[in-house]
Ligand binder design. Structure first.
Ligand code: F6R
Length: 612
């Protein structure tokens, strides 16, 4: 949510900032802006996408090697040119970009107004930059010192980069609860919200921790300190990310590329963790706390959005296979409802970005109460990954499309591995069943490839229903969370209203919605509930609903009932979500494309939700 990129080095900053902003655009695209620092500070900003800013700065000739940029997801104040970042202090000496929320901005603003400060925007960020000016003016302080003192008065979350035209060779950055990465290049530094704009220049990075401040200087100096001014020795890490991972690679949208990457990303997720020939699964992340995890009284999955849907599938897996009680919680609810937790609980945080503010806050609470915290995260080095006691990365590579696809199947794969490992360890699964599920999990990537053979048919069906304004998704058992996920995918990228329901719940209300205008997408792959799903389909047909059914390959019964069927390879029921979600991802993708939507950057959304 909001992307920051800063450059300080010997090359012209501007082209690097624009390129970086494009890479970060998935974090927010309400407005974009840059500040270029020389003898003066020049600020350019525009409502909308980075391309608007680029058009606006077409004739810019600045060669300065110091500057920063911002792409915004609006919190305080509507998306417009004035509210766009960077923001300047009243004396136009200090410029600042910010990701996060300053919660006490109203009282700080009132105090500053009494001192004569004038505010042009509705943002909390403009308050912070003027607070820095006020502190600097009162004591004639260098920028670093003024930033440190200002941040001590701030309540909330921030990742900031600040420049002062009196110190044009210096950038000051700090973070609390919003991410910031420092890239160390050859005589150059990058500061960014994540590693994506950095990776093409360097793979050496430092992840700043909460309440840390960094100062980079043109002479090559880098200092990292706490907000209490205690110098730190930062840990320099090597990034394992390739630039091709950040390109569309010939696909029209990142989302389609990411859907098609899933056979590979799942193989990466299972690499070294599953051996089908020898019949074992293991997760390095579980080893340090093996006994505590195996003897946990309860697992609690906390997550948001699509990751919460993965958690629901995790509940089915853990309870079914490992016989451990599981609760699945929206992180935003969990954090505010004084949950009962003990040291015998294991809290699993599921997050693609590893930065979701609500999930982070839920973890803090769980940690306070003594539960063991396990992370299932995609972004390496992210805040959640660093806060957890233990965890496993899903190794899906960067997910750029705002709608989550490959991260979802990666999360479900990891949860399947965990459930199998626990079930085996706790003796709740027979050896043959354990081996059977392992062998089946190993071939899921090939089965997903087979689903892609249905691409043209799914595209055709999407064309048939693209103009409907509602859709209902039904599934049972393991495929109920898949129905929720299918509905979410459709809503978020095509703005079509959609609901997911357990198929049997239809009679308790949603059936009233069904008429000839309502497409009903039914996931009908569960062998154990097949007859019941057939009855549900008949109930929809009896009310003239249009049925699109996801059926097992070779199905002949539902073919005769449904308007359209999409055949997918059969698999073991606990693993079926990994396959049944693929046609739903493709269906929503094509509907969004037909409706002319920007699939990768749907309105009002951002990839990394770093504010509550
Ligand atoms: C939906 C989607 C969101 C995220 C949610 C949690 O496609 O992407 O619902 O799943 O914002 O994000 P993470 O997983 O990064 O914590």
């Amino acid at each position: 949510m909001c992307g920051i990129i800063a450059y300080l080095g010997e090359q012209p900053a501007y082209p690097r900032l624009i390129k970086g902003l494009k890479r970060l655009e998935y974090r927010g695209y309400d407005s974009a802006g840059v500040a270029l620092v020389d003898q003066d500070i020049q600020v350019f900003k525009r409502k909308g996408k980075v391309s608007n800013l680029e058009a606006f700065t077409e004739t810019l000739a600045s060669q300065t090697g110091v500057g920063f940029g911002h792409t915004r997801w609006a919190t305080h104040g509507e998306p417009n040119d004035v509210n766009a970042h960077p923001h300047l202090s009243n004396n136009a000496r200090i410029a600042l970009v910010h990701n996060g929320i300053i919660e006490n901005y109203a009282s700080l603003k009132a105090t500053l107004e009494k001192e004569g400060f004038v505010f042009h925007s509705e943002t909390d960020t403009e308050v912070l930059v003027n607070l820095i000016q006020a502190i600097q003016d009162a004591n004639d302080l260098p920028l670093e010192e003024a930033v440190r003192l200002a941040l001590r008065r701030v309540v909330g979350a921030y990742a900031i980069v600040v420049a002062d035209k009196r110190e044009p060779h210096v950038l000051v950055a700090a973070r609390k609860a919003s991410p910031l990465v420092i890239g160390i290049g050859d005589k150059e530094y990058f500061l960014a919200s994540d590693a994506t704009p950095i990776v093409e220049y360097t793979n050496r990075v430092i992840y700043l921790n909460d309440e840390e401040l960094a100062v980079v200087r043109k002479n090559g100096d880098l200092e990292v300190k706490t907000l209490a001014n205690v110098p730190l020795t930062p840990y320099v890490q090597e990034l394992d990310m390739k630039i091709e991972m950040l390109e569309k690679g010939g696909y029209d949208y990142f989302m389609l590329k990411e859907i098609y990457e899933q056979p590979n990303t799942l193989r990466e997720c299972m690499r070294g963790r599953l051996n089908a020939e020898e019949g074992w699964v293991r997760l390095g992340g579980m080893e340090d706390f093996a006994s505590r995890i195996a003897h946990a009284k309860r697992f609690i999955m906390v997550a948001c959005g699509t990751s919460w849907h993965s958690g629901l599938i995790g509940e089915y897996l853990f309870e079914d296979l490992a016989r451990i009680p599981v609760e699945v919680e929206y992180a935003s609810e969990f954090r505010y409802r004084n949950p009962v937790l003990t040291e015998e609980d294991v809290v699993i945080a599921i997050s693609q970005s590893g930065e979701t503010a609500d999930t982070l806050a839920a973890l803090e609470i769980a940690k306070e109460k003594g539960a063991l915290i396990y992370g299932i995260v995609n972004v390496v080095g992210s805040s959640i990954a660093r806060l957890t006691d233990a965890g496993s990365y899903i190794h899906a590579g960067p997910e750029i499309g705002v709608a989550s696809t490959k991260a979802f199947t990666g999360q479900v794969t990891l949860l399947s591995l965990m459930a199998l490992h626990l079930a085996h360890q706790r003796g709740t699964i027979s050896e043959p069943r354990y081996r059977q599920l392992i062998s089946e999990l190993a071939v899921i990537p090939d089965k997903i490839k087979k689903v892609f053979e249905q691409d043209a048919k799914i595209r055709y069906i999407a064309g048939e229903i693209k103009d409907r304004s509602n859709a209902l998704y039904l599934g049972r058992g393991y495929n109920f969370p898949v129905a929720l996920e299918g509905a979410l995918k459709l809503k978020e990228i095509s703005y079509v209203h959609a609901e997911g329901y357990p198929a049997a719940e239809m009679k308790h209300g949603p059936i009233a919605l069904i008429d000839e205008n309502m497409p009903v997408i039914v996931i009908a792959t569960n062998r154990s509930a097949y007859d019941k799903i057939v009855s549900n389909i008949q109930e929809v047909k009896a009310r003239k609903g249009m049925v699109i059914a996801i059926v097992p390959e070779g199905d002949s019964v539902i073919q005769t009932l449904a308007d359209y069927t999409i055949e997918i390879p059969e698999t073991e029921e606990p693993l079926s979500p990994l396959i049944s979600v693929i046609p739903l991802q493709l269906l929503s993708y094509y509907i969004a494309v037909f409706r002319g939507c920007n699939v990768d950057q749907p309105r009002n959304l951002a990839k990394s939700v770093t504010v509550e």
